[in-house]
Ligand binder design. Structure first.
Ligand code: ATP
Length: 361
């Protein structure tokens, strides 16, 4: 395992910046998950760390060593792809052994390593099969096994589970978490999947438009997204984001006005000069509580029962609000429901998208 440090790393394709100058510091043994909308630069960042694409500018350091000019094989990293990228004509054992053969390792060492990996990834019974005779989950395990064969200091994974069906995904997610606990290898993992990000990551990196928006522990990002873009990315269902005007601001907090004239208190430090200006109010669905006098309301458009809890979707003044309700709550389509929220739970974002600092109780 190794640290990974990225300094002012930049990637341009012609005049288009796929990666704006980016700094990131990953600790040895960390599991870091990179999330963000399609095209925001996640794969570009991962591929630059792997050495598959040369950056336009900046440096990559692995274990303190500047590897920017080195080929992928010289970086002590391995990459797992969404497509598995297995050799179809080689058996499982040969696929896992391939990087060791290339490195001209001793035959007995190779056999021992393949046996060790096969046991770890439960591939012992399929070692003689070719990839086409494997299930999707087994193929992905072989591709992880091949990446692990050389005990890389850093394992890079680009949406490794996205071709699997839901139940297999859940199992493989647990296996990856266990693998990381056992091996302690530094892992950098790109995904679109909220649950993978929240459950696997020590820290999540949220990217948007070629930039890192925020880096932090999953729950810190969930509780206090630093920007509207992070709020849009972290959480499922997503945080409600409502256009508001700032009505008052003071040392004790602020008040905002909704499009229909209702007001809501927010425990945030808002400068006096922002009063009258536009802002965005962020409300997590689980923080809204039914209250007939509450400032948020609308007609029920959709009601989803998930078993332990339910979500109600309200059409509210041209926008939409999603609120979480107890499983046994009864609502009728078209019914109007109102909600309130504690001032300490709401998040307020300035017109430029940055969150106003919260007032902690
Ligand atoms: P996704 O989640 O859809 O995989 P991503 O966040 O991984 O997206 P990247 O693949 O890193 O996004 O791409 C970032 C931007 O760079 C995109 O606008 C993409 O079209 C562009 N891009 C990527 N590779 C190339 C290339 N070889 N030539 C030109 N543009 C590219």
């Amino acid at each position: 395992m190794s640290t990974v440090v990225v300094q002012a790393l930049t990637k341009r394709f012609g005049t288009m910046a796929a990666l704006e100058p980016t700094d990131l510091s990953i600790e040895s043994g960390e599991f870091v998950v990179i999330v963000g909308p399609s095209g925001c630069g996640k794969s570009t960042l991962l591929r630059a760390i792997a050495g598959l694409d040369a950056p336009s500018d900046g440096r990559v350091l692995i274990g303190g060593r500047d590897v920017t000019a080195l080929a992928p094989a010289e970086r002590d990293v391995a990459m797992v792809f969404q497509s598995y990228a297995l050799y179809p004509h080689l058996t499982v054992a040969e696929n896992i052994a391939f990087p060791l053969r290339m490195a001209k390792r001793d035959r007995r060492d190779i056999a021992a390593k393949v046996a060790e990996i096969a046991a770890l990834l439960e591939l012992d019974t399929v070692l003689d099969r070719r990839p086409r005779a494997l299930s999707g989950g087994q193929r992905q395990r072989v591709s992880i096994g091949r990446a692990m064969a050389r005990d890389p200091a850093v394992l890079l994974l680009d949406e490794p589970l996205s071709n699997l069906d839901t139940s297999l995904r859940v199992r493989m997610r647990h296996e990856l978490a266990r693998l990381h606990q056992r091996l302690g290898t530094t892992m950098i993992y790109v995904t679109h999947d909220q649950i993978e990000a929240m459950t696997l990551a020590n820290r999540i990196v949220v990217m948007a438009q070629g930039r890192v928006e925020q880096v932090g522990a999953p729950l810190d990002l969930y509780r206090a997204p630093a920007t509207v873009r992070v709020a849009e990315t972290i959480g499922s269902p997503a945080m409600n984001l409502l256009p508001v005007r700032i009505a008052r601001a003071g040392a004790a907090g602020a008040a905002v006005m909704l499009p229909d004239g209702a007001t809501c208190g927010v425990a945030a430090h808002v400068p006096a000069e922002a009063v009258g200006g536009a802002a965005t109010l962020g409300l997590r669905p689980e923080h809204l509580r039914p209250d007939p006098q509450g400032p948020f309301g609308g007609e029920v458009e959709l009601f989803e029962r998930l078993g332990p809890l339910s979500f109600v979707h309200l059409g509210a003044g041209g926008g939409r609000i999603v609120a979480q309700l107890p499983a046994d709550w009864h609502v009728a389509l078209g019914e109007t429901i109102r909600f309130a929220i504690d001032a300490t739970k709401a998040q307020l974002f300035a017109a430029d998208g940055a969150a106003y600092p919260r007032i902690t109780p």
